[in-house]
Design a protein around this ligand. Structure first.
Ligand SMILES: [Zn+2]
Length: 137
């Protein structure tokens, strides 16, 4: 069996695992895949990253752009960002987002939802039950 075939089989097996199991047993944010066009950057696997984070697209996009200090927009499945960013910078910003808005501060699992109460936001963890206020920076 060649290695490609083997990886393909692994992917297929992985797809059969129910989503909730997948989520808590293996949380890994995909590394950004980017391409440059002129002075701008496209994150070509934006949709995939968003699916892993399991957050509202506008929320993630808004905070990412703010953290990067730029404007952007969705183009197809990609996120277009004005200005050039390296993979390292974007990976770091996305990781930061996950830390603040996805991963539970107590048990570090991604089984969370964002709850809004007026202007306050809480990260509610369905794994351990913690509920922690999110401080906007
Ligand atoms: Zn938790």
């Amino acid at each position: 069996m060649d290695l490609n075939k083997y990886n393909e089989l692994l992917d297929k097996a992985y797809d059969k695992i129910p989503d909730n199991v997948k989520k808590s047993s293996r949380f890994e944010i995909p590394k950004v895949e980017i391409r440059y066009e002129g002075k701008n950057t496209y994150i070509s696997n934006f949709q995939k990253i968003l699916t892993t984070l399991d957050r509202d697209r506008k929320h993630f996009q808004g905070i990412l752009q703010k953290a990067a200090g730029t404007m952007g927009e969705i183009r197809g499945n990609q996120l277009f960002l004005k200005s050039r960013y390296t993979e390292q910078v974007l990976d770091r910003l996305i990781k930061q987002y996950a830390k603040e808005y996805v991963l539970c501060n107590i048990c570090n699992k991604p089984d969370t939802t964002i709850q809004k109460e007026g202007k306050r936001q809480f990260l509610k963890c369905t794994a351990c039950g913690a509920r922690i206020e999110i401080k906007e920076k």
